[in-house]
Design a binder for this molecule. Structure first.
Ligand code: NOJ
Ligand code: CA
Length: 542
């Protein structure tokens, strides 16, 4: 745990706490559950965990609606248990990153309740965006659907870019800034190694609140608007310079990763400029189609942009907001469709999707920098596309009037054992139902099977750690449907995204293939990847 630069090359495992592991059998994942599975995570070989919000919350948006940032939701545990978890994770050699939600608080937060009780123009209201108006102050819409403004009884409107129970904070207010610096210290003082910053691009709003110019067909927040009034505004960077100072005052220094959905790599690089955040998620990689040209373009532009900023590149294929790769890559159109998911995107060939997802994992883990794994990605889980309507919990479902099913499909509790009907999670009736047949994908089954996706990922992580290859990447081939890249003189990754088999390059030794059951030197079939050791004639490498 001595390496203070760990965050430059780490593999970070995202824990969606509600669905990870249930310590007390009430159907809801919790801190005790995480604690009981630290051995599993260390065995898998990840370096750190990122835990999605576990704070006190009414839970209208999976905990991203925080009512008290210094308290833990009772269904997950308490602050003492949280401290113990951090210490236990450290004993397992795992760093712990939490999720901070600075763009909005729950409307149950004391500040918002005080704002409601106070008159227009009061300091209590000045912590949020309260505006007058006979109608909504402008045309901004909630990401989850519907207007971004809700009226309170005295006639003022407050801004919520997400659910109406998530009120946007006013970051031009010094009190808001000071409170979050204090919150960072609260958790850093408890040993937490860093934060993932929710909606990192959204904190600063245009003081004039101008219209965005929505058209009826725009379902989501528009992002391709110049001088966007509530996304990626230049003033946001001053906030993160203050945060960096707080993180740097700790020994070892604490770290940040920004959730920043910005399409332009140069704009993304501004978040990781010197004296700001350490890293930012690279969402264009996650959005890319399963296509050699598209993947090459995003990998190459990421590397070039990040090299200029000095920040490590990061790679992410899945998280709790998007369809899992097994599902997405199993479709005819493999791009990530903003705001759309499920059956409406067409039929899914799960076997094809899993083959590609396994190859994609080897590609991602062969790239320099930081890689994120979303819980269940190491099991090759698909989305649950058939959750009954009355079990859906994502506010997108209700806010869109049932037009969009939302993100519950990728948030289903993990199957730890093959016990049926969700019992493999730790309780007979988990908060979201599991699809039938998940027993064969359970952890218990997969750890015992070297050809499983778990087996593949665990071996890849071990090789990645042992080889410790140089951070530089060199393309050997990227012209057709095969991607070949090298890291240093000895390590090569080949991915076949074409329709026909390709022979493995001569003078290489196979380290690992995504089709683990295949003969070591067999030609690489479609949608398959291999890690190779390049022979150099010395005994060590032959
Ligand atoms: C991004 C989070 O990942 C997502 O789950 C949440 O709904 C929004 N931010 C709002 O906090
Ligand atoms: Ca529980």
């Amino acid at each position: 745990m001595a390496d203070v630069e760990w965050w430059r090359t780490a593999v970070i495992y995202q824990i969606y706490i509600r669905s990870f592991a249930d310590g007390n059998g009430d159907g809801i994942g919790d801190i005790a559950g995480i604690r009981s599975r630290l051995g599993y995570l260390a065995g898998l070989g990840v370096d750190a965990i990122w835990i999605t919000p576990w704070y006190a919350s009414p839970g209208n948006d999976g905990g991203y609606d925080v009512s008290d940032y210094r308290a833990i939701a009772p269904e997950y545990g308490d602050v003492h248990e949280a401290e113990q978890l951090v210490a236990a994770a450290h004993r397992h050699g795992l760093r712990v990153i939490l999720d901070i939600v600075p763009n909005h608080t729950s409307t149950d937060h004391l500040w918002f309740q005080a704002a409601l009780a106070a008159p227009p123009g009061s300091p209590e209201r000045a912590r949020y965006h309260f505006l007058d108006g006979s109608g909504a102050p402008n045309d901004w819409r909630s990401t989850f659907g519907g207007p971004a403004w809700t009226r309170v009884p005295d006639g003022q409107w407050y801004l919520h870019l997400f659910d109406p129970t998530q009120a946007d904070l006013n970051w031009s207010n010094p009190e808001v800034r000071a409170e979050f610096l204090d919150l960072l210290r609260f958790w850093f003082d408890r040993g937490v190694d860093g934060f993932r910053i929710d909606v990192a691009t959204g904190l600063v709003k245009h003081p004039g609140y101008p219209d965005l110019g929505y058209r009826e067909e725009d379902l989501l927040v528009l992002t391709d608007v110049p001088d966007h009034p509530h996304r990626d505004r230049d003033e946001v960077h001053a906030i993160y310079r203050d945060w960096r100072e707080v993180a740097d005052a700790y020994d070892p220094p604490r770290v940040f990763v920004a959730e920043a959905w910005v399409a332009d790599p140069d704009r993304l690089a501004r978040y990781v400029a010197p004296a700001q955040l350490h890293t930012a998620f690279n969402f264009p990689f996650l959005q890319s189609a399963w296509d050699a040209g598209d993947l090459f373009t995003v990998i190459d532009s990421t590397l070039r942009t990040m090299a200029l900023s000095g920040a490590p590149p990061t790679w992410v294929l899945s998280n709790h907001d998007v369809e899992r790769t097994v599902t997405r890559y199993g479709r005819a159109d493999t791009r990530k469709h903003q705001g759309r998911s499920g059956h409406e995107l067409g039929p899914v060939d799960e076997e094809l999707g899993r083959r590609r997802a396994r190859a994609a994992l080897l590609l991602m883990l062969a790239l320099p920098g930081v890689a994120y794994l979303y819980q269940g990605e190491e099991l090759g889980l698909p989305d649950h596309l058939d959750i009954p309507d009355d079990r859906l919990r994502d506010p997108i479902w209700t806010r869109s009037g049932g037009r969009r099913r939302g993100r519950d499909g990728c948030r289903v509790p993990l199957p730890w054992t093959p016990a049926p009907d969700g019992a493999g999670f730790g309780s007979a009736d988990p908060w979201l139902p599991q699809p039938s047949g998940w027993g064969r994908l359970s952890v218990a089954r997969q750890v015992a099977d070297p050809d499983s996706t778990y087996g593949l990922v665990a071996r890849a992580l071990r090789i990645r750690r042992e080889l410790d290859v140089p951070q530089e990447l060199e393309w050997v081939d990227r012209a057709g449907s095969v991607l070949r890249l090298r890291r240093g003189p000895y390590f090569e990754c080949v991915v076949n995204l074409g329709a026909t088999e390709v022979p493995l390059p001569a003078d290489t030794v196979t380290l690992l293939r995504s089709d683990t059951h295949a003969e070591e030197r067999a030609p690489l079939g479609p949608d398959t990847a291999a890690w190779l050791r390049v022979r150099d004639g010395t005994a060590e490498w032959t």
